[in-house]
Ligand binder design. Sequence first.
Ligand SMILES: [Zn+2]
Length: 238
Amino acid sequence: MDKKQWLVLLPKLAFLLMLISCVLLSVFFLMRGAELVSSSADTGLNTLVIDPGHGGFDGGAISDDGSKESDINLAIAQKLRCLSELLGQPLTMTREDDRIRSEYAEYSEHEDLVRRTEIVNDTPGAILISIHQNDFPTGQPSGAQVLYAASSGSEELGRRCHQNLITQLDPQNRRVAEPAPKALYITSHVGCPAILVECGFMSNNFEVQKLCSSAYQCSIALVLTASLLQYLSEAEML
Ligand SMILES: [Zn+2]
């Protein structure tokens, strides 16, 4: 092959080499992509389970002005759902409204808690935030407090939520996040990261006024949403 023939062949060889490189690179990226999709499928997305405490016949604690804990819990939970949905966070709720689920004679608080716990334990990658309000025989105590389950991740999530609630909404609050008592059924019977947020006291009339206001409910929901994102980010679960 003389010099003239090489000069004709060279561009064709270069094109062929480029073509082979492109095919090899494509195969590499396709395999890498499949690997990433498969690992994300293995990990699974985390699903926020929002549990508005009480409901139906069970109003929870009732304030002096007749406000029901179950209504406040639901209002905060619905706002938490809206904000979480806006951010694309997969979620489910243990109740969506205040409809009565059973006849009064058949109603059992224990069975209701068992049903809620089953929803949590049946949800893959669940993270539970249960919304409640506190109550006390006298009207003085006030302030939010987060109780966390013994399961892995609960303390981190609980401390994060509690600290943010205090810093953002109530800097005078001297309460601390604590392990949930064993008597609390739902936090004692779930295996996922789980917290119960007591947003305030139904026995404190001034606090009940705040808890009934849509703006304050939004603030609580916003702090909980941001805290969950911080928790997921720190746990590299996003
Ligand atoms: Zn309650």
